[in-house]
Design a protein around this ligand. Structure first.
Ligand code: PLP
Length: 398
């Protein structure tokens, strides 16, 4: 008899993505069901008392637990190789819940400089109000990390690869630094997903996800997740359960179904990104392509070792500065001009005036955000169509 409660340890990633986490109900449904309910009922007053008191497991209220959300959590935990996952309302609330769960006034975070913009605002504008301070370091420079740590450092936070220059950090080496200092290492795994990079196996303590991106993969819903050990995730769960940034059952269902095609989609995203990077690298209007899949990328070897592919976000620096970059963006008819990524639809943006627009000229220069830089998040359209859409603007520059 088949036992769908059990996830065999030897299942491969694509199998886990399709099968893990679903506990079939008495209705014998094949596809994962949605439970759009805020609360749950009990057979008796005594059962209600036991469940409220936590003496008996079971659903009470959907801010605490929901079966559809649990299915998503079990599936993502299986893919990341974590003991437990807690789903959240957004990627940002995954980071907030982690910080509230693990940090107190006086604690320090050391983070890579090239972080998602709202993450920097969360750290600098809000956590700082509660006495939690953040120091920023160069993502790839382990000496820089080591030098920034103090006895108050409790959390190391990195996004690897970086956006949009595809810089990477050696996760295993960084986790050894964290361990030596008694700090936790959290990796935002949004850009690669567990299909391409599994930070827990490399020694990280926590994974942060914006499910909004590749986990859904079709731009339909906002959500997030934290994955790690039972012990740490029990703390994160406490925050989500009490403070309320929980995932809705509808969104959990979308993400669960999204995961079923994750492996396949990431392969297709990466294959197109690699071909585009190679083509752009040889285009006369292009100064430089930042993609770790290209052998001339400064960290190609580390990326090849640590990741099973190179992702689908490219930085393309065109000759002629901002005017040239804007003209290439404005010449597109197919690509979406938007800062979002992780979608079946290819997106194009000018980081210097959008995602990195808050930085001063000096900060941009230090971060390598040149005025001619364009970011592409390669989608699933026919490669020839994407290439033709870019060629229109690029060819006009030469
Ligand atoms: C989008 C994003 C986030 C935030 O996720 P939301 O779902 O938008 O809250 C965090 N980190 C990275 C790398 C992202 O791209």
């Amino acid at each position: 008899m088949q036992d769908d409660q059990h996830t065999p340890e030897d299942w491969g990633l694509a199998t886990l993505a399709v099968r893990a986490g679903h506990r079939r109900t008495a209705e014998q449904e094949h596809s994962e069901p949605i439970f759009p309910t805020s609360s749950f009922v009990y057979g008796s007053a005594a059962e209600a008392a036991r469940k409220f008191g936590g003496e008996e497991p079971g659903n009470v209220y959907s801010r605490f637990t929901n079966p559809t959300v649990h299915t998503f959590e079990r599936r993502l935990a299986a893919l990341e190789g974590g003991e437990r996952c807690v789903a959240t309302a957004s990627g940002m609330s995954a980071i907030l819940a982690t910080a509230l769960a693990l940090l107190s006034a006086g604690d320090e975070i050391v983070a890579s400089r090239s972080l998602f913009g709202s993450t920097v605002s969360l750290f600098d504008k809000y956590l700082s109000k509660f006495g939690i301070t953040t120091r920023y370091v160069e993502l790839s420079n382990l000496d820089d990390w080591e030098a920034a740590l103090s006895p108050a450092t409790r959390l190391l936070f990195a996004e690897t690869p970086s956006n949009p220059l595809a810089e990477v950090v050696d996760i295993a080496a960084l986790s050894r630094i964290a361990q030596r200092h008694g700090a936790w290492l959290a990796i935002d795994n949004c850009f690669l997903t567990p299909a391409l990079q599994q930070p827990l196996a490399l020694g990280a303590d926590l994974i942060i996800h914006s499910a909004t991106k590749y986990l859904d993969g079709q731009g339909r819903a906002v959500g997030g997740a934290v994955v790690g050990s039972d012990k740490l995730l029990e703390e994160v769960y406490g925050v989500v359960r009490t403070c309320g940034p929980c995932m809705s059952p509808f969104n959990a269902w979308i993400f669960t179904k999204g995961l079923e095609t994750l492996s396949l989609r990431m392969k297709a995203h990466c294959a197109s990104a690699m071909e585009l990077a190679q083509w752009l690298d040889g285009h006369p209007a292009v100064e430089r392509v930042h993609y770790s899949g290209l052998p001339h990328h400064r960290q190609h070897d580390l990326a090849a070792r640590q990741q099973s592919a190179f992702g689908a976000v490219l930085g393309v620096e065109v000759k002629g500065g901002r005017d040239a970059a804007w003209s290439v963006i404005d010449a597109t008819r197919l690509l979406s001009i938007t800062g979002n990524l992780g979608d079946a639809k290819t997106t194009i943006t000018h980081p210097g005036t959008t995602t990195h627009g808050r930085l001063s000229a000096e900060q941009k220069a230090a971060a390598g955000i040149e005025e001619g830089l364009i970011r592409l998040a390669v989608g699933l359209e026919d490669l020839d169509d994407i290439r033709r859409d870019l060629a229109r603007g690029l060819d006009a520059l030469v």
